[in-house]
Write a protein that binds this ligand. Structure first.
Ligand code: SAH
Length: 218
């Protein structure tokens, strides 16, 4: 796995980003460590590298964005991951958040509906040496095999896709932004039982997101 081989200036710049994340409410040591380790500048274009460690969302092409580091920190923290957990990410985008998840969880499956983004993310993730991250080109989470301890949706949904709970283990956690007007409320759901009928929910933040898009079968 990639370890900091970059110079001290980069390290200093990255530590400013970490201060913003901490002041936004991220306290989990594993999340902070992961965000220190992952080189965000690898995931944005050359032209935007000077902004890679600002606490801001950045365009990644094809009308999509890499989310703000503090929002990623809050969502990953809320997912409650540790070294023996399996996580499903919906919306690979640049692959930045996938790498953060790969630092913390045992195994990551991430799906992306845009092939070009999926291919680009796969190249970067491979280059950084993550062997526990699997990237699939699809808009359909049912193509990810098995059940997951946590699911993080990186795009805003107009309606909660209820069948997503069937991909979670009992006690599993779903983090999903739901549109409320032009912005999103980030929701945390906990599947308390084996079925969908006992779900706890909590609001964990507000942020803009690109839309979750799922082609429905005709
Ligand atoms: N966290 C990402 C940002 C992702 S932006 C990062 O770190 O870069 C959200 C992504 O979700 C976009 O790339 C979009 O194409 C993708 N997306 C939207 N709906 C999707 C779906 N149904 N399945 C898979 N990917 C989807």
């Amino acid at each position: 796995m990639y370890r900091n081989s970059d110079n001290n200036i980069m390290h200093y710049i990255r530590s400013n980003m970490i201060s913003s994340i901490v002041s936004s409410g991220v306290y989990s040591e594993s999340v902070i460590r992961a965000m220190k380790n992952v080189p965000r500048h690898f995931f944005v274009s050359q032209a935007l590298r000077y902004k890679a460690y600002d606490d801001t969302s950045l365009p990644i092409g094809l009308g999509q964005t890499i989310s703000r580091p503090s929002i990623i920190g809050i969502m990953v923290q809320a997912a409650g991951l540790s070294g023996n957990k399996r996580v499903l990410e919906i919306g690979t985008g640049s692959g930045y958040q996938s790498a953060i998840l790969g630092e913390i969880a045992e195994y990551v499956v991430t799906i992306e509906r845009i092939k070009e983004l999926s291919d680009r993310a796969r190249r970067i993730i491979f280059k950084l040496g993550y062997s526990n991250i699997r990237i699939l080109h699809t808009d359909d989470f049912s193509e990810a095999d098995g059940l997951f301890d946590s699911i993080i949706v990186a795009a805003g949904a107009r309606n909660l896709p209820e069948d997503i709970f069937d991909k979670l283990v009992e006690g599993g956690v779903l983090i999903i932004p739901l549109f409320n007007g032009s912005t999103c409320i980030i929701k945390k759901f906990i599947k308390m039982g084996r079925d969908r009928d006992n779900i706890l929910s909590e609001d964990i933040g507000i942020a803009p997101f690109v839309p979750y898009i799922k082609e429905e079968c005709a």
